[in-house]
Design a protein around this ligand. Structure first.
Ligand code: CAO
Length: 568
């Protein structure tokens, strides 16, 4: 084993470039040519490959560092064979032999003083180093676009660098001769421009540009031809040919990402222009691409293409072939409108609710519970707590806390309600975590009271009040919203009679509660005024039968009518 220092190879006529991405860390095993870091000039990003295989012992650069030819990147621990290769490569690097390609022939100027001319100009790919072919990954112009001199036309990419091909002329695009996926090389036709000249033919307009390009091409050629310590180092320098041009990345608004990230995005079908970069200078990192994919998969976000298709998909998508497409209406035709994006929470909860509604065969049973005595007890308890000082602060015993306790008793009696469906099996849970729907300014959230069976009504009230506040302040953690077995959605503080709550998958049932009201109830001899609480129990018919649901409601109502039944 020996230590080898890996340095930045010759990167052309860039004095310094910034490290914008570290692709390895100490302890990583790297192969020869594996990219170690990404550096960036104002024109291109490039990856610096390893000259040896080995294990990274020490990183000598960090994000934001400026590096140049010869800067130490990292120290590698390599085996004996690799050391021999390193020695040979270093010897080669010391040898003379820098050759500079001659500049390409320049077009001759044809003067036509005082005459306005219109000419067709073919814009070709300039010398891009020693790449035979590079792939076109973005076409930034279309027919009819007015193009400025040096404006980027296309982005091409090798396996190590992405670069933009600028226009050699100002003009209007008459024809685009490349498309994404095409392979191009030096001299490939990119676009045909209509160029208007004041007293100059198009060829003359191109002359200064051509010489500028020639100079930079020569510089690039020198870089490419220079012997370097790494057997692959010449592959990182093709973009020097563009050094003479103004930065175009920001002008075009193209996503800022290294070649490997672009490749990853292409493989995954991720539209990079829709990914928010969190790296240095808003650069898109691998994590950004991965979280974009996760968000799309979880339904938290949609790609622009999905959004376009979404309305139709909601009705006539893959799951419901044959249904009519979602109506597309220009509402502004009928009156003033205002368009507002859904909140993040609404997007997430909406996607979940939609899935649950579509995939779960819901049935809802409605019933009433006589809570006359329970409400009297709740009010008395709160008054008693007030008097004795126990209720100081904002916490008071709520009807919902009693409902949680009563539901736990019903879940214990009917275990199929405290279950989840997993393929062909039912998973019965021996814990009782109860979620409750909380209405927040940003949308619906469902915090979970953990181990509600082990907690008293006072403690549940206290936790509910804290969790509801957190939900409204947008401070609920994922842990506080996970693990639920059964949910309760209470609209009792608002009003209404009954509704159909949507089951919160993978749970199999949910209890909806509306506002209690005094009702005349027949006791066998006479009508009596009783405080009745409307209950709506939605259940998954794949797991639960209608009879069980009716029994669950009857039992729940009986407990609410007389909580002593919990003890039986
Ligand atoms: N019948 C009659 N009154 C009721 C009641 C019921 N079933 N439930 C609550 N109330 C009363 C309370 O006693 C309270 O009155 P006082 O202020 O006089 O004591 C008032 O209504 C307000 O209660 P609340 O709703 O603030 O408190 P809660 O404990 O009942 O509920 C919470 C807390 C977080 C569940 C509730 O605020 C909330 O967000 N509910 C909406 C849930 C929701 O959106 N569900 C729909 C999901 S499906 O889209």
């Amino acid at each position: 084993m020996a230590l080898v220092e890996v340095k930045v190879p010759d990167i052309g006529d860039f004095k310094e470039v910034e490290v914008i991405e570290l692709l390895v860390k100490p302890g990583d095993t790297v192969k020869v040519e594996q990219s170690l870091l990404t550096v960036e000039s104002d024109k291109a990003s490039m990856e610096i490959p390893s000259s040896h295989a080995g294990v990274v012992r020490e990183l000598r650069v960090k994000l934001g560092d400026k590096v140049a030819h010869g800067s130490l990147v990292l120290v590698l621990e390599v085996g004996a064979v690799e050391v021999a290769v390193a020695v040979a490569a270093t010897a080669a690097a010391a040898a003379p032999g820098v050759t500079v390609n001659p500049p390409p022939p320049q077009p001759s100027a044809v003067k036509q003083d005082g005459v306005k001319t219109t000419s067709l100009i073919e814009v070709l790919v300039p010398d891009i180093g020693d790449f035979d072919e590079v792939a076109v990954i973005e076409v930034m112009v279309k027919v009819g676009d007015a193009i400025k001199l040096e404006q980027s036309l296309i982005t091409v990419e090798s396996d190590k660098a992405a670069m933009e091909i600028p226009s050699s002329h100002a003009g209007v695009v008459k024809d685009v001769r490349v498309k994404v996926g095409d392979k191009v090389a030096k001299g490939s036709l990119v676009v045909v421009l209509v160029v208007v000249g004041e007293g100059e033919a198009a060829g003359a307009v191109s002359a200064p540009m051509a010489s500028a390009a020639a100079a930079s091409v020569a510089a690039a050629a020198a870089v490419v031809a220079a012997p370097v310590a790494s057997p692959v180092a010449d592959r990182v320098v093709p973009t020097a040919a563009l050094a003479a041009h103004q930065p175009t990345v920001l002008q075009t608004g193209l996503p800022h990402a290294s070649p490997s990230i672009r490749k990853l995005a292409r493989e995954l079908g991720v539209p990079l222009s829709e990914v928010k970069g969190t790296g240095l200078k808003s650069r898109i990192t691998q994590d950004d691409v991965q979280s974009f994919v996760k968000n799309v998969m979880s339904g938290a976000t949609q790609t622009a293409a999905q959004k376009l298709k979404a309305p139709a998909a909601q009705q006539a998508g893959g799951s419901f072939p044959g249904l009519l497409a979602w109506p597309s209406v220009d509402f502004a035709k009928f009156g003033p409108v205002e368009r507002k994006d859904l909140s993040r929470i609404k997007k997430i909860s909406g996607a979940n609710l939609h899935r649950n509604w579509v995939l779960i065969p819901h049935v809802t049973n409605h019933d009433d519970a006589d809570i006359t005595d329970l409400e009297a007890f709740r009010v008395a308890t709160n008054q008693e707590n007030e008097r004795s000082g126990k209720g100081t602060g904002s916490v008071k015993v709520t009807m919902l806390a009693f409902l949680i306790k009563a539901s736990v008793a019903a879940l214990k009696k009917f275990p199929e309600f405290n279950a989840s469906l997993e393929g062909d099996a039912i998973v019965f849970k021996n814990y009782f975590h109860i979620g409750f729907a909380a209405d927040t300014p940003n949308g619906l959230m469902v915090p979970v009271i953990k181990d509600a069976d082990k907690k008293g009504v006072m403690q549940i009230s206290q936790e509910m009040s804290e969790l509801a506040k957190k939900a409204r302040d947008g401070k609920l953690s994922p842990a506080e919203m996970s693990g639920g077995c059964f949910s309760i959605s209470s609209l009792g503080g608002i009003g209404g009679r009954y509704f159909t709550p949507i089951i919160n998958a993978p749970e199999v049932a949910i209890l909806g509660v509306c506002k209690s009201s005094m009702q005349p109830v027949w006791n066998g001899n006479e009508f009596q005024p009783r405080l009745m609480l409307p209950l709506s129990l939605s259940w998954d018919h794949r797991v639960i039968d209608g009879a069980a649901a009716a029994r669950f409601n009857v039992y729940l109502a009986s407990i609410l009518a007389d909580f002593r039944r919990v003890l039986l």
